[in-house]
Design a protein around this ligand. Structure first.
Ligand SMILES: C[S@@+](CC[C@H](N)C(=O)[O-])C[C@H]1O[C@@H](n2cnc3c(N)ncnc32)[C@H](O)[C@@H]1O
Length: 238
């Protein structure tokens, strides 16, 4: 087992989380509540954000033991262990189990690799058959605000429409083109991506796709809905 490694993707995730937290600072109330994170990886992405935003506290979870070990070392080295903690375990089992009030904001670059089964290069990155299982689970977990990565090839339209059915709007997002990395080029994954795209449930170019980091919110203090813009941006991968 190893840690997730994709420098461009992690940097985009961290930068986007930082921008969205800054843009909606007063409405999301993260300085008072802190935020929780599904999937810290080695903590580089959000370690940068915690260092940049002195009022931010993050409680992270990861199911990968090597990732948690690397994350804790990274956090200690950066001197931010008082504001960024990482626990080993499934976010959905653990995030609500500790004493104290529930926070209203969750952040994540969740697993989104679509494949017929979990037997892939890094099984912890399996997002279910369509790739969007984890983001759908996060939407159904009842947080008011979810800042999450959405990949163009993992049935994003179903994700956005489910979010709407659950009362979420897309407040804003940052989109970036990414080349297929080792996780997307594994033959069974690539075949599944092609299939999703052929069925009109995803978009990808020959060797590239788009990822957007979006703020889904049910907070009435946050204006607007850019759901359709988000879906159009993800189609730019074709
Ligand atoms: C795409 S990686 C993102 C890592 C890091 N946030 C980054 O962007 O560099 C997704 C991470 O989620 C973790 N993960 C998968 N399912 C999880 C779950 N149910 N609870 C907590 N972590 C999970 C994986 O082990 C992996 O480290």
């Amino acid at each position: 087992m190893s840690c997730f490694a994709s420098a461009d993707e992690s940097a985009h995730y961290g930068f986007s989380v930082c921008m969205l937290l800054e843009q909606y600072r007063s409405q999301l109330r993260w300085e008072e509540e802190g935020v929780v994170e599904l999937g810290t990886g080695d903590a580089t992405a959000i370690g940068d954000v915690v260092a940049a935003l002195p009022g931010l506290r993050v409680r992270g979870f990861d199911i990968s033991a090597p990732s948690v070990e690397a994350a804790r070392a990274n956090i200690a080295w950066r001197g931010i262990a008082d504001r960024y903690t990482v626990e080993l375990g499934d976010f959905f089992d653990r995030a609500d189990s500790a004493a104290g009030p529930r926070v209203s904001t969750v952040i994540s670059n969740p697993p989104y690799i679509p494949a017929p089964d979990r037997d892939i290069l890094m099984p912890e990155l399996w997002g279910g058959v369509d790739g969007n299982d984890l983001v759908l689970q996060l939407l159904k977990a009842g947080y008011d605000n979810l800042i999450t990565a959405v990949a163009s090839y993992s049935d994003p339209e179903a994700t956005v429409r489910t979010a709407e059915d659950l009362g979420y709007r897309v407040a804003n997002f940052l989109a970036m083109g990414l080349d297929f990395g080792p996780y997307s080029t594994e033959p069974k994954v690539r075949r599944r991506i092609r299939r999703l795209c052929a069925e009109g449930r995803g978009w990808a170019g020959e060797d590239s796709y788009m990822v957007a980091v979006a703020l889904f919110t049910r907070n009435t203090d946050v204006p607007g809905d850019r759901a359709d813009q988000l879906l159009r941006a993800l189609q730019l991968s074709v």
